[in-house]
Design a protein around this ligand. Structure first.
Ligand SMILES: Nc1ncnc2c1ncn2[C@@H]1O[C@H](COP(=O)(O)OP(=O)(O)OP(=O)(O)O)[C@@H](O)[C@H]1O
Ligand SMILES: [Mg+2]
Length: 272
């Protein structure tokens, strides 16, 4: 790598870092168990292929995509995908929570945003804007209309000027609230949803791993966890493992079922 941001500090606002940096190694560690839908896997693989063919794209004068937007419900792998892309590209990941930069004075949101984009342009990285909807809400529906309109305009400008070797990834729960002008600027879109049966089976197999368990438990768990997000499934399987360890015996249906009930103490069962 010719350039590095190693010596330049992460942009700050009022003495607080506005972003967090993860090395490619740290990213790789987090994504070992990632499960992607076939569609999303295909999109990511194509993206990687393009990254490896930059010269050919330039030769044909076809722009290289560098802006991805991910949308879907909580706990379905949007943030994890940002780590995954960074790990695959062996680039550092810089994560920014947009809601952390918009609580500032008039006009400051835009200048904070510009600082972050400039930093990301300084050396190849994956810039990850989490809670993207916080800033990119449709201009008409916001209370602080003027400041937000200004912020959205700065964002549009930053997006347009993001012509560099870095990658931008934005994640949101609220596709509908995204400003259409912002939405249009992304060349790659990925959608996330609750895991289907195959994804649940895959994920449970990865979570259980070598941990001793009764025959058939994985399938029972995959059925019971219909309607749960990946994040919920992870917590429930971990709970069940703890119970098995306390009992000093292989993980069984009782552990799994109890873990599920304790995870939903108010009786909120996702799929009922
Ligand atoms: N597709 C997935 N494959 C494997 N693990 C997942 C997946 N999605 C979520 N997880 C697990 O759940 C945790 C939370 O997921 P993640 O932070 O990616 O969710 P998110 O979609 O970004 O949610 P939010 O909208 O709340 O930010 C992850 O750290 C991981 O352990
Ligand atoms: Mg997230």
């Amino acid at each position: 790598m010719s350039k590095s941001n190693a010596n330049s500090r992460l942009p700050r606002s009022k003495g607080i870092d506005m972003a967090t940096l993860y090395t490619p190694k740290e990213c790789a560690k987090k994504v070992k168990r990632i499960v992607l839908t076939p569609d999303n896997r295909r999109i990511v693989e194509e993206f990687m292929t393009i990254m490896g063919m930059k010269a050919q794209f330039e030769e044909h004068d076809v722009p290289i995509p560098n802006k991805l937007v991910l949308y879907g419900p909580p706990g379905t792998g949007k943030t994890l995908t940002a780590f995954y892309v960074a790990a695959r590209l062996e680039l550092p990941l810089i994560t920014v929570r947009l809601d952390a930069i918009i609580h500032s004075h008039l006009g400051e949101t835009g200048s904070n945003m510009r600082k972050i984009f400039d930093y990301a342009k300084g050396a190849p990285c994956v810039l990850f804007l989490d809670e993207f909807d916080a800033i990119a809400r449709t201009r008409e529906t916001n209370d602080e209309v003027k400041e937000m309109a200004r912020a959205v305009n700065s964002l549009l400008q930053c997006l347009d000027e993001f012509d560099c070797d870095s990658i931008l990834i934005a994640a949101t729960n609220l596709e509908a609230e995204l400003d259409q002008a912002v939405w249009r600027r992304f060349d790659t879109k990925m959608t996330y949803g609750m895991p289907d049966e195959t994804s649940r089976q895959q994920f449970i197999a990865r979570l259980v791993g070598e941990f001793a368990h009764e025959d058939g438990l994985q399938q029972q768990a995959a059925d019971m966890l219909t309607g749960s997000s990946f994040a919920d499934m992870e917590q429930i399987v971990l709970k069940a493992k703890r119970k098995a360890i306390i009992d000093s015996r292989p993980m069984c249906w009782t552990h799994m079922e109890e873990a599920y009930r304790e995870y939903h103490p108010m009786g909120v069962i996702a799929h009922s």
